[in-house]
Design a protein around this ligand. Structure first.
Ligand code: SF4
Length: 374
């Protein structure tokens, strides 16, 4: 099976989560490569996503890492659109958020119910029910409630107020230049997202401080809009915002080898944390691999981990030890392992992780409900 070829053209559809050319996105949006600052970091702040080139781009992260080194406060911005079950693509961001929280960051966790309404037409009440489920997921994944502020966009007046204030200083042409032609609801939700990222710097919260927002590369336009707003003189004078930093991660492709695993692609092309052993097995059996047509070819030429979704899932989520991942890469390339064996190994690991997660999640539901209804 052919993988999609990267064209020379850059097209980003932030709202659909699509991007065609990472290299050009870096240049276009002034994103720096993470490997340039890796060497300056102490081993204690390394994360496997940094070492594996998954968290591969950033803006102004030097300042955040310096803040961490100096043990000063900083904030980590994140959120989820409550439109369905917690899918495994969201786990990338969650792992990054937990990493920054472990380094001392206070997490601001947004339930993006306004965005779900504006983009997906999800009624706020329905979004609320889904959000309880999603929050139970992130609690089970290990979010530390001693250092977190969880809120719903539709109810956090500071966010709505700031988003409205931002709208005074953007024009249709500016928004079109960043996002292309969109409905006004999409532009409006972008301004609300900028407010999500900047409101912890208001006096009522932390005041101006370093912040980091981990996102997928397709979110680069949101990062640009937020930084453009933060540096505007009018908001500098009024709020004194520190420039918000971002990390950018690679996007995990869909199980059939497509470019992105997303809720919109359909359930059979993605993994969720709600899989049963039966559905998990079925999905892994059908997954796109970098294997060869025949066993003989695989033994002679080896597989291609660089295009393989089994390998992606191992390196993003289910193989924590670098040494194991290096071993698997070598085995695959040398024809030392067949895809059937590799898939079985993935199933064992993913099933263990997901079933443990579901046990923990069951115990977190009531707490999640209380948190959102407080
Ligand atoms: S051996 Fe594993 S990593 Fe290699 S192509 Fe097959 S499934 Fe992918």
């Amino acid at each position: 099976m052919e993988v999609s070829k990267i064209t020379n053209q850059l097209t980003i559809d932030t709202f659909a989560g699509k991007i065609t050319n990472s290299e050009r996105a870096f240049a276009e949006f002034g994103i720096k490569k993470m490997d340039k600052i890796m060497n300056t970091l102490e081993k204690s702040v390394h994360h496997r996503y940094l070492r594996r080139g998954i968290m591969f781009g950033h803006t102004d992260m030097e300042k955040v890492f310096k803040t961490i080194q100096q043990k000063k406060p900083f904030a980590v911005m994140t959120g989820i659109k409550p439109t369905g079950q917690y899918h495994i693509g969201s786990l990338i961001t969650c792992n990054e958020v937990l990493y920054f929280q472990s380094l001392g960051g206070k997490v601001y966790f947004c339930i993006a119910d306004m965005e779900a309404y504006l983009h997906n037409g999800t009624p706020l009440k329905e979004g609320h029910e889904t959000a309880i489920d999603n929050i139970a997921d992130i609690l089970a994944l290990g979010l530390d409630l001693d250092n977190v502020y969880i809120y719903k966009q539709s109810e956090e007046k500071n966010v709505l107020r700031l988003g409205s204030m931002f709208s005074k200083n953007v024009t249709y042409n500016m928004m079109k230049a960043i996002y292309g032609e969109q409905k006004f609801g999409a532009y409006q939700s972008s301004l609300i997202q900028a407010a999500d990222i900047l409101f912890p710097q208001l006096e009522e919260f932390e005041g101006p401080l370093q912040t980091v927002t981990p996102v997928g590369l397709e979110q680069a336009p949101h990062a640009r809009l937020t930084r453009d707003l933060a540096r505007k003189q009018i908001y500098q004078e009024q709020f004194g915002f520190e420039m918000p930093s971002f990390t950018f991660h690679k996007i995990i492709g869909s199980l059939d080898g497509g470019e992105k695993m997303s809720k919109s692609a359909g359930n059979s092309f993605m993994l969720t944390l709600a899989e049963t052993p039966k559905t998990l097995k079925k999905k892994i059996a059908a997954i796109f691999t970098g294997g060869r047509e025949t066993k003989q070819e695989q033994l002679e030429h080896g597989g291609r981990p660089e295009i393989c979704r089994v390998f992606d899932l191992l390196q993003f989520f289910f193989m924590d030890e670098d040494i194991e991942l290096t071993k698997r890469t070598t085995e695959c390339r040398n024809g030392g392992i067949l895809c059937g064996v590799c898939k079985q190994d993935l199933f064992t690991r993913a099933n263990h992780f997901i079933s443990k997660h579901q046990e923990k999640k069951m115990q977190k539901f009531e707490h999640a409900k209380q948190l959102l209804e407080k």
